[in-house]
Design a binder for this molecule. Structure first.
Ligand code: NI
Ligand code: MN
Length: 231
């Protein structure tokens, strides 16, 4: 599978011949707007962790053009299907088999409202797996003991995408503890540098992981990596 980073918490995952967007916040992101075209990007599915604008901003625009299926908690399903868009409703603890693999929605500790203030349901993260790969996208979350359930209930993780920007989510120090909870030593950072509140010291973050023989990958926006259980 290929993982492409667009800055903040926005990713594109190419797997099993499908394009899956994660939390597309592109047109409003200074770090993304020159490297990705919201009006041409391909999407078969959109995984939406919660309704906050820095995750959901371009969901409607992309889903309207592509017909992508929006995967999220019930309230997110309700919001987008009322606009005539395709969606698949889930909730915490449930899993479903999609064309590209199995998605399990797991707990996150955070808040969720749409930009107009409407309740967005509970916040979630996603564990996604198929025969090739298994990864965890944590969404916006604090460090929580519930992360310990992931290795008990999902396939072994090849990598995990964790927020590291602090202030609104866990910082990299707590993400390091999270990597123990989820039993995964290869972490891709997200939710950092976009705004002054979440600016981080890259070297300090990478070194904190190195000290514990773990890997923190900080992708430049627009950059991609190939990840699977073979690599
Ligand atoms: Ni948020
Ligand atoms: Mn956020």
């Amino acid at each position: 599978m290929k993982l492409i980073y667009f800055g903040h918490s926005s990713f594109q995952v190419l797997m099993q011949g499908k394009s899956i967007l994660i939390d597309p916040f592109l047109s409003g992101n200074e770090l993304a707007k020159d490297i990705v075209d919201v009006d041409t990007i391909e999407a078969d599915y959109i995984l939406l962790s919660h309704a906050h604008q820095d995750h959901s901003l371009d969901v409607e625009r992309i889903a309207k053009r592509t017909g992508a299926v929006i995967i999220g908690v019930w309230e997110i399903y309700d919001h987008y299907t009322q606009k005539g868009l395709k969606a698949h409703p889930m909730n915490i603890g449930g899993k479903w088999e999609f064309e590209f693999g199995t998605v399990k929605m797991v707990n996150a500790v955070h808040s969720s409202s749409f930009p107009d203030g409407k309740y967005g349901g509970v916040v979630g993260g996603f564990v996604v797996w198929n025969d090739d790969v298994c990864f965890y996208y944590a969404g916006d979350t604090a460090l929580t003991l519930d992360m310990q359930l992931i290795p008990m209930t999902c396939h072994p993780l090849d990598f995990a995408i964790l927020p590291i920007g602090d202030n609104f989510t866990m910082g990299y120090d707590d993400a390091l503890i999270a990597s123990d909870f989820i039993q995964c030593d290869r972490i891709v950072g997200c939710h950092y540098d976009t705004f002054p509140y979440v600016k981080i010291d890259h070297e300090a973050a990478i070194n904190a992981f190195k000290t514990e023989n773990k890997e923190l990958i900080l992708l430049d926006p627009g950059k991609s990596i190939e990840l699977s259980n073979e690599s």
